[in-house]
Design a protein around this ligand. Sequence first.
Ligand SMILES: [Zn+2]
Length: 166
Amino acid sequence: MERHKEQAVPVIKLGYVRLHQIFPKDLLERSQLVVVTTKLPFPPVRSMGLPEFGEMENMSREGITYKNTFFINRFHQTESLCFHELVHVIQWERLGVDNFLLAYGVGLMQFGYLDYRNSPLEDMAYSLETRFDRRSLPTDVVGLVQQGTDAIWNGIAPLVFKAREQ
Ligand SMILES: [Zn+2]
């Protein structure tokens, strides 16, 4: 992922007016977009010891977020998709790398990678994206995402720790 650094643009510089209305300035400053012209990168799940999700490396997706950086295919760059990926940035920040990947992975196990849109962290991002498009967002999006992310984590943490004990 490091090799993409030079093309990364802070979201605050993209000139998306609605994102400025919805998110705090510092979030838009530390989040960055990389426009991708070929295949989107995917976290190397196989080498991270999650071979079940190896298939996902080959999926075609419009955008993907890794920590505070999101990658969007150049044909799909819209304010709406940037909003979606910013929801993931907040989720990543809330959970940290290890727990985000665990929570995301458990969600995929529950719904299957073909239905990844229904996994809890994606479901949150897609439903908020729909509300963004309909201009029916709640006032405190960041707080809502943080609470929702905590709830998802609280739901799966017992399963994760139980599996580790075995
Ligand atoms: Zn997503």
